[in-house]
Design a protein around this ligand. Structure first.
Ligand SMILES: NC(=O)c1ccc[n+]([C@@H]2O[C@H](COP(=O)([O-])OP(=O)(O)OC[C@H]3O[C@@H](n4cnc5c(N)ncnc54)[C@H](OP(=O)(O)O)[C@@H]3O)[C@@H](O)[C@H]2O)c1
Length: 259
């Protein structure tokens, strides 16, 4: 299927590894120019090289810092002329149960999860409105629907992104912009290892045992591979998905049991 993404410009947050990198790869494969953002220079350079180094730019930015977000969007627009597709993403809020999370972690989680989506959407939407075409896709978590034990910050802030995206989908829909969320279940990435480590520390067992258990939780009996999420994001970004707006799509092998 031709996804109609040839020549579009995508800004992908958290693009140096894991799910963000998979989104950048999938969009690049479909012909997008990709502005890739993350905090670490070396991994970002390696990721850009992985995309072939052509029609790619890298941007050092911390998604939790408002000044970085402004600078990043200016850089991407100066370099590529516009942003057609915005993928919000990061390493996620810090893991931990309520007692293990201090005030600074709450403030950081707000900025990196909700602040990022609100601010980057506000910065990218005016150009999309002018061109009457845009895609905003937020990588969230299955915690938006079923809280995950030991992840109080994710359980609190992911549902807030669902509310925000639904609101944006209504306000921006008339201007040719769709706003959707993708909710990963359990993917084999550094972030999941961090969660497994926290569970092992809090509840016992080893990191490997927890990774194995996470895979078996899903009806398909395994962890997801990042490319499987990237493919879903490329579809939502595509022309073919133009009538899909305001939804949260679980990409989880059936992990979420609730209706
Ligand atoms: N993997 C899963 O199973 C799973 C399940 C549910 C939800 N999720 C969510 O999906 C998102 C991506 O997860 P992942 O597994 O791909 O994580 P990951 O493998 O840890 O990769 C995170 C990416 O984001 C970047 N990043 C981290 N903090 C950042 C920040 N403050 N500002 C800008 N970039 C930042 C990282 O690079 P730098 O460190 O260099 O900045 C890296 O490129 C997270 O929000 C995670 O909570 C993942």
């Amino acid at each position: 299927m031709d996804l109609g993404l040839e020549g579009k410009v995508a800004l992908v947050m958290g693009a140096s590894r894991g799910l963000g990198l998979a989104c950048a790869q999938a969009l690049s494969r479909e012909g997008c120019t990709v502005a890739m953002a993350a905090r670490g220079k070396d991994s970002l350079e390696a990721a850009a090289a992985d995309l072939g180094g052509k029609n790619v730019s890298i941007h050092l930015a911390d998604a939790s810092v408002p000044l970085h977000r402004e600078r990043l969007v200016n850089e991407a627009i100066n370099r590529h002329g516009r942003i057609d597709v915005l993928i919000t993403n990061s390493g996620g809020p810090r893991p931990g149960a309520f007692d293990a999370v201090d005030e600074a972690a709450w403030v950081h989680a707000h900025e990196v999860v909700v602040g990022q989506v609100a601010h980057l959407s506000r910065l990218a939407a005016p150009g999309m409105r002018q061109r009457k075409w845009g895609r905003i896709i937020n990588i969230i978590s299955s915690s938006y629907k079923e809280p995950i034990s030991g992840l109080v910050l994710s359980n609190t802030y992911r549902p807030a992104v669902v509310g925000l995206a639904k609101t944006l989908s209504q306000e921006l829909g008339p201007h040719g912009i769709t706003v959707n969320n993708v909710a990963p279940g359990r993917f084999d990435t550094d972030r999941l290892r961090e969660v497994a480590k926290a569970r092992a520390k809090g509840e016992g067992g080893t990191l490997e045992e927890w990774m194995g258990r996470f895979g078996k939780d899903s009806p398909v009996g395994r962890l997801g591979q990042a490319q499987e999420l990237g493919d879903a994001v490329a579809f939502l970004a595509s022309e073919a998905a133009r009538y899909i707006n305001g939804v949260t799509l679980p990409v989880d092998g059936g992990l979420l049991r609730s209706l």
